[in-house]
Design a protein around this ligand. Structure first.
Ligand SMILES: Cc1cc2nc3c(=O)[nH]c(=O)nc-3n(C[C@H](O)[C@H](O)[C@H](O)COP(=O)(O)OP(=O)(O)OC[C@H]3O[C@@H](n4cnc5c(N)ncnc54)[C@H](O)[C@@H]3O)c2cc1C
Length: 497
């Protein structure tokens, strides 16, 4: 494809289409300004927003006065309305921090104090027996637990896609597989004037850096080296739905200086999830799992919920946190050069905090960059967006009605998760380009067989809908081709197989 030297001229460019970039893009789309999101990956979500515990935290973990303590409870309060507007899976389940013994109980007292100072409603400490009366699989050794009723679980794939999709519906442009590798400046470098990518330049009045684990690299391009990202990997096990009801709420171990500790929960789609670890690494993109890491996860989880059946594990994964030394978020508009905003170091509870951060960023821009960008409300802004209908959750009459209207609704592609051809086709229409991308949209490959049966069908449908050879279909972009070649080649050119 031929790309012009300057691909687009925008009021605002957002680097990164994770939950931070997506929520900011949607906030910007409430105004008549011209905005674009630039993402290096082929699929959304790709960075931390793709691989995490998917918890909407209550907001008691962080020291009062920090940005995290401010934005986490505020984000939590916004999610119910956002779930109704944007139709991603979300369920209030509450959370327990489990203490074993006196030392850990002291920690609960501290968290209770933080929670009260941060304005978290309804938190209280209950006894181990009271916990077990509600949650029979909680460990007999637990002596007390901090209960936070406003905590919730979200489908992080659906939520990340929903914000971006709604922003696009309201006029924001999205450029995938477009890595930002430089910034543009005016002559005396007093202002950032856009971004350089391998496809060409994008000019803009303001650039927002929401590049996750790469946010310090982008910030240094603007001359700001006030923070460094120290990537920290967290590994997980995910289990069959059949054991998803071992816990009803989200279980935390008592936190330590390494992080929030191993947690046990069910996902928004009812799988049991245990993890994560917290391992510093130099590589920003290494998402491997390791035997010692997974052993640590299993041991940590068994301490608070014993008897998790290991043979029901269906897969493992890991995510990388954008840790900074301060431990807090780095959200600011640079005074020199002007026109550059950091939304950086967004580690946990970044998913929870994102909607509140996005609202704050727009207010901050109105105050400090209002001369560069005009914020006029767009009367045509549509807050709603609907997810692709979920066949697995439909009553039988609805399934029959849809299959009569379009036979693709009657073709099951993924048997584990009951995903139909119609859903896969719709995911591709809405932007999925890879096998992993389709999985993020409508879940084929997330079940017990992990794509063993459905992956070839998904390749076939992707190739047909995109009008390309199946040999061109990748798992997750670049050279991750699903097929290496044909098993039978014609003997002579043009001869049928
Ligand atoms: C193991 C783990 C568990 C967690 N658990 C929770 C939890 O339960 N609850 C919670 O609230 N938070 C949790 N978090 C934190 C949460 O996931 C993150 O704070 C949040 O997802 C960060 O979103 P983001 O958009 O800032 O970054 P990301 O999701 O990483 O998005 C950044 C995007 O920028 C793109 N990008 C990077 N460089 C470039 C470039 N040069 N050009 C173009 N694009 C670029 C990346 O491809 C990526 O898509 C967890 C994180 C991890 C890793």
């Amino acid at each position: 494809m031929h790309w012009p030297a300057v691909i687009g001229d925008y009021d605002v460019i957002v680097i990164g289409a994770g939950i931070s970039g997506g929520t900011i893009a949607r906030e910007l789309s409430r105004y008549t300004l011209k905005a674009a999101v630039i993402e290096r990956a082929p699929d959304i979500p790709f960075g931390s927003s793709r691989a995490n515990s998917s918890m909407i935290h209550g907001g008691f973990d962080d020291k009062p006065g920090t940005m995290k303590a401010r934005f986490c409870p505020a984000g939590n309060r916004m999610y119910q309305t956002l779930h109704e507007e944007l139709d991603f899976k979300f369920r209030k389940c509450g959370s327990y921090v489990c203490a074993i013994g006196e030392e850990e109980e002291k920690h609960l007292e501290m968290l209770l104090g933080y929670g009260k100072a941060n304005g978290v409603p309804g938190i209280e400490i209950i006894s181990g027996d009271a916990l077990r009366a509600r949650e029979p699989n909680a460990a007999p050794a637990i002596t007390a637990a901090l209960w936070s009723p406003t905590a919730a679980i979200v489908n992080n794939f659906e939520a990340s896609l929903a914000f971006i999709e709604n922003a696009r519906r309201n006029g924001v442009d999205l450029f995938m597989e477009t890595e930002v590798n430089g910034l543009l400046f005016n002559e005396d470098r007093s202002r950032v004037r856009g971004v350089a990518t391998k496809r060409g330049d994008f000019t803009a009045r303001v650039v927002i850096n929401a590049a996750g684990v790469n946010s310090d690299i982008i910030s240094r391009m603007a001359g700001d080296d006030s923070f460094l990202i120290h990537p920290t990997r967290g590994e997980y096990f995910i289990f069959d739905r059949r054991v998803g009801d071992m816990v009803d709420a989200f279980f935390f171990s008592c936190p330590s200086d390494k992080g929030k500790g191993v947690t046990v929960t069910h996902t928004a789609d009812d799988n049991l999830l245990i993890g994560p670890t917290s391992v510093h690494q130099a590589d920003r993109d290494n998402r491997n799992t390791t035997r010692p890491g997974l052993e640590e996860v299993f041991e940590g989880a068994s301490r608070i919920v014993p008897n998790i059946p290991r043979n029901m594990a269906i897969t493992t994964f890991s995510g990388v946190r954008a840790n900074s030394k301060s431990g807090d978020f780095h959200i600011n508009a640079l005074s020199s050069p002007r026109g550059f905003v950091n939304v950086a170091g967004i580690k946990s509870p970044g998913f929870t905090s994102a909607p509140a951060i996005a609202a704050y960023v727009v207010e901050m821009m109105k105050d400090s960059l209002g001369d560069l960008v005009k914020f006029e409300p767009d009367p045509k802004f549509v807050p709603e967006r609907r997810h692709i209908p979920r066949f697995a959750d439909m009553p039988m009459e609805e399934r029959e009605r849809l299959a009569k209207a379009d036979p693709k609704w009657g073709q099951i592609v993924c048997r584990c998760e009951s995903v139909t051809e119609a859903q896969v086709v719709e995911a591709i229409k809405r932007g999925a380009r890879t096998v992993a991308g389709v999985k993020l949209w409508v879940r084929p490959g997330t079940g017990r067989c992990q794509g063993g049966f459905c992956a070839p069908r998904v390749v076939e449908i992707l190739a047909r809908e995109l009008g390309v050879s199946p040999l061109e279909i990748t798992r997750h972009g670049d050279d991750s081709f699903m097929l290496t070649g044909k098993t039978k080649e014609p003997l002579l050119p043009g001869e049928p197989l």
